[in-house]
Ligand binder design. Structure first.
Ligand SMILES: Nc1ncnc2c1ncn2[C@@H]1O[C@H](COP(=O)(O)OP(=O)(O)O)[C@@H](O)[C@H]1O
Ligand SMILES: [Mg+2]
Length: 322
């Protein structure tokens, strides 16, 4: 759906983006990950032509984007700016209505869609006439998302969308975000410097450094097949936590003891990540109570905490030598 081919951008002597190429598939979430100044925002802004590249081409659905007027392009692409980017003197309703106004929607249609989004994002109904600063950080964040999604664009670009939030609010909104129907079919390019966030939300991660792509791949690829010392070190401080979240029961299934039983209703799905499974088992005590089932084979296994951590260990050993 989105293709960048050998794209570069300089600011004076700064090579902000240095010859990068990638493709984002239809419906995929690609996360641009890297430390401050590595070129993430510049890359994102070139996709909706807020910045024009010095070299290379960017295409959407096979069409080079510099053939269209930038205004037309931007109406088709939702954009969530760093630090929400809400207009401070516009009410919430006016902020959400920016794109509908450009598209010349009538008042009724705009109001209907605004109310729909306010409900979906669980914002208070009476917030429409408030100014952004009268809302909490998390609420402002949701308004920023609502504004980007109002015209139901196929593509959404997000620049550190949770960057301004404290950790508790952040993880709450991240899981809500993952569950949002409005976002499920969209092609998303998201920028973050937060490794956990990248792993939580990405289908694939594009790790950047000094304007270049270091590695692009699934969270599992980055964990177990780092292409360089830099890529490996980037994750090292959080490696174990990331593994718990990325590896699922399905991954470690063959290392779990063979105590097959008939699948029961209260079985957890095998797509459950190891972290969630451990939480569940640790609250169950020593007694092997929980069941995990593999949807494809309709098998279930009854396991305890110890068996789960042993299987996780074996999986990691193998992944290292694969
Ligand atoms: N408008 C600009 N003028 C000059 N330098 C810029 C401009 N925008 C970005 N840069 C520089 O380009 C590099 C990449 O910036 P940016 O894409 O914003 O990084 P990131 O979003 O990864 O933090 C940085 O060194 C930054 O200082
Ligand atoms: Mg940035």
């Amino acid at each position: 759906m989105i293709t960048l081919a050998e794209v570069s951008k300089n600011f004076g002597n700064t090579r902000a983006v240095n010859n990068i190429s990638f493709t984002v598939a239809d419906g995929e979430t690609l996360v641009l990950l890297g430390t401050s100044g590595c070129g993430k925002t510049t890359t994102l802004k070139m996709i909706n032509r807020l910045i024009e590249p010095d070299a290379g081409t960017i295409s959407i659905n096979g069409q080079q984007i510099n053939r269209d007027k930038p205004e037309l392009l931007r109406r088709k692409i939702g954009y969530v700016m760093q630090n929400t980017g809400l207009f401070p003197h516009y009410t919430v309703a006016e902020n959400i209505a920016v794109v509908p106004k450009l598209l010349k929607w009538d008042k009724e249609k705009t109001l209907g869609r605004t109310l729909e989004l306010i409900e979906k994002f669980r914002l208070p109904k009476d917030c429409m006439e408030l100014l952004p600063h009268q809302l909490s950080g998390g609420q402002q964040q949701r308004v920023g998302l609502a504004r980007a999604l109002v015209a139901d664009p196929d593509i959404v670009l997000m620049d550190e969308p949770f960057g301004a939030l404290d950790n508790v609010t952040r993880s709450g909104i991240q899981s809500e975000f993952k569950a949002l129907e409005e976002l499920k079919r969209k092609t998303i390019v998201m920028v973050t410097h937060d490794v956990q966030e990248a792993f939580e939300l990405a289908d694939r991660i594009c790790l950047m450094d000094h304007g270049k792509i270091v590695q692009i791949g699934t969270p599992k690829d980055l964990l177990y097949k780092p292409v360089s010392e830099f890529a490996r070190k980037f994750l090292d401080s959080q490696r174990l936590a990331l593994e718990f979240k990325v590896i699922t029961i399905k991954d470690i299934w063959e290392f779990l003891p063979l105590k097959l039983i008939k699948s029961e209703e209260r079985a957890l799905s095998s797509s459950t990540d190891v972290w969630s499974a451990m939480e569940r088992l640790s609250s169950a005590g020593d007694y092997p109570v929980e069941l995990f089932s593999d949807l494809e084979t309709k098998q279930a296994k009854r396991i305890n905490f110890q068996e789960l951590s042993t299987a996780f260990h074996f999986y990691k050993q193998r992944a290292k030598y694969d």
